[in-house]
Design a binder for this molecule. Structure first.
Ligand code: HEM
Length: 195
């Protein structure tokens, strides 16, 4: 019996499971194991059903982090993630005045915004005028996150509500300061924020 008990304990340890509580006077037979929460899901040996962590949403098929990375390489790298940078916009002339002549030249030549040096400059007025295109400030940079919305593990609504036309750095740091923003949104960079 002691051997069975040790074996059960070893199994629990291996599976990362918690030893169940034993009441005084109860049988010494090995008890069923209780699964521990690991990462975003609860799993048991007999079931692979996952329970989403609070705050996480179930992403649509084809919207994983790897899918986003592939899309960034195939499309984003060509500058297609930037929306709203339109010469017919009311704020265009004002926006042009903010820019370094070398940046304007690169923009006219079709260089993707994330590669323009010195970076394009965006101020509060332009940021607020591009709300509809989901421009937002994160750690001093301006990103267009329209194409990322459906890939966000925390959901679309939380981004739309807290990012559009705003500086969402504080919230970003609050929820996940470990996320490598510069890498995930590398192709979504419009430029730098100037106040
Ligand atoms: C636009 C820039 C953002 C990017 C690139 C981003 C990226 C991510 C990533 C990669 C995760 C998964 C984290 C993990 O697996 O550990 C995540 C989860 C999440 N994000 Fe964001 N995020 C952004 C902005 C925000 C903002 C501004 C908020 C809040 C207002 C937010 C709220 C959340 C929440 C609630 C989750 C789920 C947390 C959890 O797993 O428990 N995110 N985000």
């Amino acid at each position: 019996m002691a051997v069975d008990g040790e074996a059960a304990e070893d199994k629990r340890r291996l599976l990362g499971m918690r030893a169940p509580m034993r009441q005084p006077g109860c049988s010494t037979l090995p008890l069923p194991v209780t699964p521990l929460r690991r990462g975003g899901a609860v799993t048991t040996a007999s079931s692979t059903k996952s329970i989403p962590r609070s705050g996480r949403v179930r992403l649509q098929p084809g919207h994983s982090a790897l899918d986003w990375q592939a899309l960034s390489q195939s499309h984003g790298s060509r500058g297609t993630f930037i929306h709203g940078l339109d010469a017919s916009s009311k704020w265009w002339d004002y926006f042009m005045v903010l820019q370094h002549p070398a940046s304007v030249k690169q923009l006219q030549m079709g260089v993707p915004t994330y590669r323009i040096q010195p970076p394009l400059r965006v101020d509060k007025m332009v940021l607020e005028s591009t709300k509809e295109n989901d421009w937002c400030v994160l750690k001093g940079r301006v990103y267009c996150i329209t194409d990322y919305l459906d890939f966000h593990p925390g959901g679309v609504q939380i981004l739309v509500k807290n990012c559009r036309g705003k500086d969402a750095t504080r919230l970003f740091e609050k929820y996940h300061r470990w996320v490598n923003l510069e890498q995930v949104l590398a192709c979504c960079v419009v430029g730098v924020y100037v106040s």
